[in-house]
Design a binder for this molecule. Structure first.
Ligand SMILES: Nc1ncnc2c1ncn2[C@@H]1O[C@H](COP(=O)(O)OP(=O)(O)OP(=O)(O)O)[C@@H](O)[C@H]1O
Ligand SMILES: [Mg+2]
Length: 262
């Protein structure tokens, strides 16, 4: 397994301790695309943080390449809902920034950055500053910046959750292309059932807090998939039922737009 959680429990201590994750067993194979679905507060971001090494489990083990995660590393990169880009740098500067640590010289950094900007179709915008970009473009820059580091594992926390439907669909296509070209291992958190089906080899449904694995679905539909495919819509009904069952009202009725659970 590329990433493995064995009996992982995470409790946040405080006046009233919160059990965010309870006895999670999850293995993700190298090159696999796994989507996590679950009601708000069920511990999805917590799970990504544990894999990223930004936090430690209360009990159980988090392993990457069979070794316990001791902290963050460039082999695992996180992408958030709003791209945390540097406003004082242009697009190229943002993408090559992470490479400065790697000791690559400027020319080399720029070559790598441009290669990844081409992947996300932003090569013409390398001198554009962050405030001049749309939300979708910012997420593309964040994706290029992450990919430029050549991590083996991408951890994506609702990365398209704040985008309009058209931009999101476009990014679904791009991410599917990039994933098949680069064979990254991806753990992708979303609230959107159809998005999970479009992207995932496997969809893992978590229960309301404390997050436990409720059910897993292997998605063997042919790729590339689109959000409006009949098979995607059909399967989304089935998965939505699992989510709703015991969802305690946390599952909102929706229309497939980001931020809803259909
Ligand atoms: N650093 C922290 N300290 C205390 N409690 C925390 C911390 N991080 C998360 N929690 C709690 O753990 C639970 C799970 O939070 P988490 O952010 O993982 O949920 P989530 O599934 O990502 O939710 P959402 O879908 O809304 O993003 C929540 O009850 C949250 O309040
Ligand atoms: Mg979250």
């Amino acid at each position: 397994m590329k990433v493995e959680l064995r009996g992982v429990t995470k409790t946040f201590e405080g006046k009233s301790p919160v059990v965010a994750l309870d006895s999670i067993d999850l293995g993700v194979r190298a090159g696999e695309f796994v989507c996590l679905l679950g009601p708000s507060g069920c511990g999805k971001s917590t799970l990504l943080n544990l894999v990223a090494g930004l936090d430690q489990p209360t009990s159980g083990d988090v392993l990457v390449d069979d070794r316990p995660v001791r902290g963050p590393g460039t082999d695992r990169v996180m992408i958030f809902q709003t791209a945390a880009l540097f406003p004082w740098l242009d697009v190229l500067g943002n993408v090559e920034f992470g490479l400065r640590m790697s000791g690559a010289v400027r020319r080399e950094r720029e070559d790598i950055a441009r290669r990844h900007l081409r992947m996300v179709h932003l090569l013409d915008f390398e001198q554009t500053f962050v405030h001049q970009l749309s939300g979708g473009m910012k997420q593309r820059v964040a994706l290029a910046r992450a990919l430029a580091l050549d991590p083996k594992v991408l951890l994506m926390d609702e990365p398209f959750g704040a985008l309009d439907a058209q931009t999101r669909d476009l990014l679904h296509d791009e991410l599917q292309n990039i994933w098949s070209a680069t064979a990254k291992t991806i753990i992708f958190v979303t609230h959107n059932v159809r998005e999970a089906i479009v992207l995932g080899d496997r969809v893992v449904v978590l229960s309301p807090r404390p997050g436990r694995i409720k059910q897993e679905f292997v998605i063997d539909l042919p790729r590339p998939r689109q959000i409006e495919n009949y098979a995607v819509v059909d399967l989304s009904r089935e998965i939505l039922n699992v989510l709703k069952d015991g969802g305690q009202g946390a599952v909102l009725p929706g229309d497939g737009r980001p931020g809803t659970l259909s």
